[in-house]
Design a protein around this ligand. Structure first.
Ligand SMILES: NC(=O)c1ccc[n+]([C@@H]2O[C@H](COP(=O)([O-])OP(=O)(O)OC[C@H]3O[C@@H](n4cnc5c(N)ncnc54)[C@H](OP(=O)(O)O)[C@@H]3O)[C@@H](O)[C@H]2O)c1
Length: 282
């Protein structure tokens, strides 16, 4: 582990397993550089079950903060000293602020989704209807955030109905479980399943012919940047976006938690795209 105790350079890290392919170091180091901060961001592999030890490491090393990815989001929520409202509701933390020995856990995934949606599509969920495909961690964050942002109806479609119920329950008063037929009438359709992830696939989370021009679709997957579903929707004249903006904007909210300042989003996006292009070329 890096010893930062004698250095003036401050450090932040992403913890997860596996974490080697995380884009967070590229995105966050670009942000620190653009903001003229003498801070550095590393990827720190932490095995499942070692969460508490990783949090102790963050305290003892005087880290600025942590990003948290799979499989630690729930374990960190259980172990920090304090939780923000969204993290408490989702029982999941993706961003920790280290304040001396005190750790405060936040969840910026849903907020990042809403900010990314505004950035990519100029879409404000207030008074609009949405369908979310999937009911895992990403889906739950999105369902909750859509309801907080004022969506009038949030329908959850998932292959395991019990998990759909749990996710829909996070959209107070406007959440419900639905089947794929709901996709046809929604203002916004979000894929929060991994179907379509990776190179060379052709799988789709839902038939693109169920959607029509005028609807907006977002696939949370960012590898590839445009999934087969996104490509098929665009071919049908439907506005469709990938998941890179959610990734950038959840990181931007973490940057603000750590620094108190506004994140240099353009530099962060440029770094993410450059890193993905470099990986694709290697
Ligand atoms: N852009 C971003 O910043 C961002 C952030 C987080 C996640 N993501 C992406 O979002 C996706 C979901 O991530 P997660 O963390 O929420 O995963 P997760 O917790 O494992 O949940 C996956 C969900 O997808 C469903 N699912 C999985 N395989 C399926 C299949 N073959 N057919 C139908 N449904 C299937 C699962 O259904 P069951 O409930 O029936 O198992 C579950 O509801 C991933 O592609 C991830 O890369 C993107």
């Amino acid at each position: 582990m890096a010893d930062t105790s004698k250095s003036r350079t401050r450090m932040a890290a992403v913890i997860g397993s596996p974490v080697a392919h995380s884009l967070s170091p590229a995105i966050m180091n670009a942000a620190f550089t653009a903001a003229d901060l003498d801070w550095t961001f590393i990827a720190h592999e932490v095995a499942e079950g070692d969460t508490t030890r990783a949090l102790d490491w963050a305290r003892s090393e005087g880290l600025v903060g942590l990003s948290v990815t799979m499989p630690h989001k729930a374990a960190v929520a259980a172990a920090v000293n304090e939780l923000g409202d969204v993290a408490r509701r989702l029982n999941a933390v993706n961003c920790v602020v280290v304040d001396g020995q005190r750790l405060v856990g936040h969840n910026t995934d849903g907020g990042g989704f809403i900010d990314g949606l505004a950035h990519d599509a100029g879409f404000d969920p207030a008074g609009r209807t949405a369908v979310v495909l999937g009911a895992g961690g990403a889906a739950r964050a999105v369902v909750h955030a859509l309801a907080v942002a004022g969506a009038s109806d949030v329908a959850v479609v998932n292959r395991t109905p019990g998990r759909a119920e749990v996710a829909a329950g996070l959209a107070d008063g406007v959440g419900r479980v639905a089947d794929t037929a709901a996709v046809a009438g929604a203002d916004l359709v979000v894929n929060a399943t991994p179907v379509g992830m990776g190179e060379g696939g052709s799988a789709m989370p839902v038939d693109p012919d169920l959607l029509n021009p005028g609807q907006v679709a977002v696939d949370l997957i960012y590898h590839p940047l445009a999934t087969p579903w996104v490509v098929a929707l665009r071919e049908r004249g439907i506005e469709a976006h990938g998941g890179l903006s959610m990734l950038i904007f959840q990181a931007a909210l973490a940057f603000t938690h750590w620094t108190g300042g506004e994140a240099p989003v353009a530099a962060m996006e440029q770094a993410a795209r450059a890193e993905l292009a470099a990986r694709a070329a290697s």
